[in-house]
Every structure is written in structure tokens, then in C-alpha cells.
Write a protein that binds this ligand. Structure first.
Ligand code: 5GP
Length: 206
């Protein structure tokens, strides 16, 4: 049997408004080696969002059913809505040797860390808190109440940075994407990941 490396599970999180969605969209359009996992959510679609593209939009009952049937790798309640990562897609993609990126908030990331310690955890950080506020307000998609809630959660989220392997500042989307791709490339060269492959190569009889 030839050696087949499993894909890498990349978890990208960071406070709301930092630009995780924009960075992931840019990574998707670059056709980088990262497959994007589409989450399920009970949040209502924003203008322009499509079922099966940004999210799988679910009712609370449907979401609860996914939890009950162990169909989610992780899930969390965030600002009054539920968000979760479908397990099947992630498992199948990793098994096929393809890398997967999850764009999720910090509680979910910590659940993934418990079950997938070998994952690569990247925290996307804003240049400053005032810049974060500008970005959330500038998006124009949230109510005043939702903005306030997201900002107060953001402070707690930034404190979770210490649990991540890497911190990437999102000062410019292109630069942030370059940094993420560089981290993923480096991770693939990590001794622990490749040593098994070379062990098998040297064990083959001439
Ligand atoms: P938004 O409502 O702005 O699309 O997302 C709100 C937050 O939920 C963001 O921080 C986003 O990264 C996070 N999120 C999106 N999908 C998931 C998921 O599957 N699991 C978890 N835990 N968080 C998610």
C-alpha cells in the first residue's frame, strides 16, 4: 500500500468583523489548496447570500436534528443564532488527502481543538479595536443591537488568541491570504507530518 497523506484541517477564527469571510472568499477565488467547509446556521440569509454557498440555512428544528444525529463536528450559539460544521464533508475531504478550512468563531474552534489536536489553528486579528468597530458598522448588515453584541463578544474572543498556533493580522486581505497560504505550506513540511512517508520509503526492499 502506498503512503497517502491525510489533508490538513485548518481552523480560521477571530472576532466578528475582522474579515474572516472576506479572507476565505479570497482564498476560494485563488483556488488555493484549501477546500472550504460550508457551515449550517439558523441565522437568516443576508442580502445576496445563497443557500449552499455561504451557509446551509436551517430552521432551529433542523439544526437541532443535526446535533441529535451527531452530524456536526462542532457547533456554537453566537449572537442569538446557531452555527455548526457538518462532519461528513470534513471527514471525507481530509480522507481524500485534501486540506479543509473552517471559518468559525472561537467556542467552536476550541471544540475542534479537543477532538482534532493535530489541526492548524489560525487566529485572524484586526489591526485595532477601533478598526474592528468601523468594519462591523461599515458592513451595514447588522442592527445597532447586533453591532453592540458583536463588539462586546469581540473583546472576549481576542483574549482567546493564546490558544491558537498562529496569529495573522488582517491589515490587507491579499497579505492575510499570502500569510495563511505560507503557514499551510510550512505545516505540510513539518517533520511530524512527513516522517511516516519517508519511513515507508526506506523500508521498501530494493
Ligand atoms: P456571521 O453571522 O457573521 O456570518 O457569523 C457569525 C460568527 O459565526 C462568525 O464569527 C463566524 O466565523 C462564525 N461561524 C460561521 N460558521 C460557523 C460554524 O460552523 N461554527 C461556529 N462555531 N462558528 C461559525
Amino acid at each position: 500500500m502506498g503512503y497517502k497523506e491525510k489533508g490538513l484541517l485548518v481552523v480560521l477564527s477571530g472576532p466578528s468583523g475582522v474579515g474572516k469571510g472576506t479572507v476565505c472568499k479570497a482564498l476560494r477565488s485563488r483556488e488555493s489548496q484549501l477546500d472550504y467547509s460550508i457551515s449550517a446556521t439558523t441565522r437568516k440569509p443576508r442580502a445576496g447570500e445563497q443557500h449552499g454557498v455561504e451557509y446551509f440555512f436551517k430552521t432551529k428544528e433542523e439544526f437541532q436534528q443535526m446535533i441529535d444525529q451527531n452530524q456536526l463536528l462542532e457547533w456554537a450559539e453566537y449572537a442569538g443564532n446557531y452555527y455548526g460544521t457538518p462532519l461528513d464533508y470534513v471527514q471525507n475531504t481530509l480522507e481524500s488527502g485534501q486540506d479543509v478550512i473552517l471559518e468559525i468563531e472561537v467556542q467552536g474552534a476550541m471544540q475542534v481543538k479537543k477532538n482534532f489536536a493535530e489541526g492548524l489553528f489560525i487566529f485572524l486579528a484586526p489591526p485595532s479595536l477601533s478598526e474592528l468597530k468601523n468594519r462591523i458598522e461599515g458592513r451595514g448588515t447588522e442592527t445597532a443591537e447586533s453591532i453592540a453584541m458583536r463588539l462586546s463578544i469581540a473583546k472576549e474572543e481576542i483574549e482567546m488568541m493564546s490558544h491558537y498556533d498562529y496569529v495573522v493580522e488582517n491589515d490587507q486581505v491579499t497579505l492575510a491570504c499570502d500569510r495563511i497560504e505560507a503557514i499551510v505550506t510550512a505545516e505540510h513540511c513539518k517533520r511530524e507530518r512527513v516522517i511516516e512517508k519517508y519511513k515507508q520509503l526506506t523500508e521498501v526492499d530494493e
